[in-house]
Design a protein around this ligand. Sequence first.
Ligand SMILES: O=C1NC(=O)NC(C(=O)O)N1
Length: 309
Amino acid sequence: EIDLSADLFGQTLTSPLLNASGVHCQTKEELNDLANTSNLGAMVTKSATLQAREGNPNPRYYDLENGSINSMGLPNLGYDFYLDYVLQEQTKPTILSVAALSAADAITLLKDLQASDYQGPTELNLSCPNIVGEPQLAYDFEATDRVLSEVFSFYTKPLGVKLPPYFDLVHFDKIAAVLNKYPLTHVNTINSIGNGLWVDVDQEQVVTKAKGGFGGLGGTMVLPTALANVRALRQRLNDSIKVLGTGGVTSGADIFAHILCGADLVSVGTQVMKEGLGTYDRLAEELKAIMAEKGYQSLADFRGKLKEL
Ligand SMILES: O=C1NC(=O)NC(C(=O)O)N1
């Protein structure tokens, strides 16, 4: 029998699949839907900021033939709501995603979290590309080092980071050198490819409102970048740091590829926006069929075993 089980920081999941933060995870209804979704092994909340946020003006999400572009702007119900959810409501293993518009806010939020009763996994989003006037922090290696140094001077609970995609092998070396200094549970790679632009030729205009139409790219078009980031970070990070692969998954073969590149777990976003939560059942079946065809019993049989020529 094919075994899709995977480990989430000590919890055994029946499936290695998660939702990509931001997709179907902002409201209590959406989070409850995820909790009731078969073949979704674990779930991630929408990145929470200290104060609730409206986010950017609509239109802010646009479906493309080969993926998606979004400029949501971190709309969320606020950190207190999601902390209450993970403490009181969660019924499925859940990663609390948090974000901040400044290093100071990140410290404030994580100090509160450290003092709270929450003992579960948290993911610090260092890579939102859609806050007007704000950079993706993790593109600044020194700033990332400073923030993590301060965070880990007091934070003792499970903590990982959500990274933007890198496109230069030296950048993989640099971010890995920073991350390997800290007792991180995981990295989640990739966030959307920031500041893409789509043009509606008929209307001769952009398709999202904020930032003149510049937005984060997701979906099948980002799969090669996602696979490269999973592989490069797996090759460079300490074994103690897990890799959650995100980006470009539309099929079981894509999940197989992420795991072959070293992913411990795999999250799916844009395809769920297109196909709904039933995507997870289809992807699990497709992955099992590929494993059966190849004679693999478990994910460990092929995880990280991508061959070079
Ligand atoms: O980290 C994020 N990545 C995205 O692609 N979009 C959201 C957002 O804009 O809220 N945040």
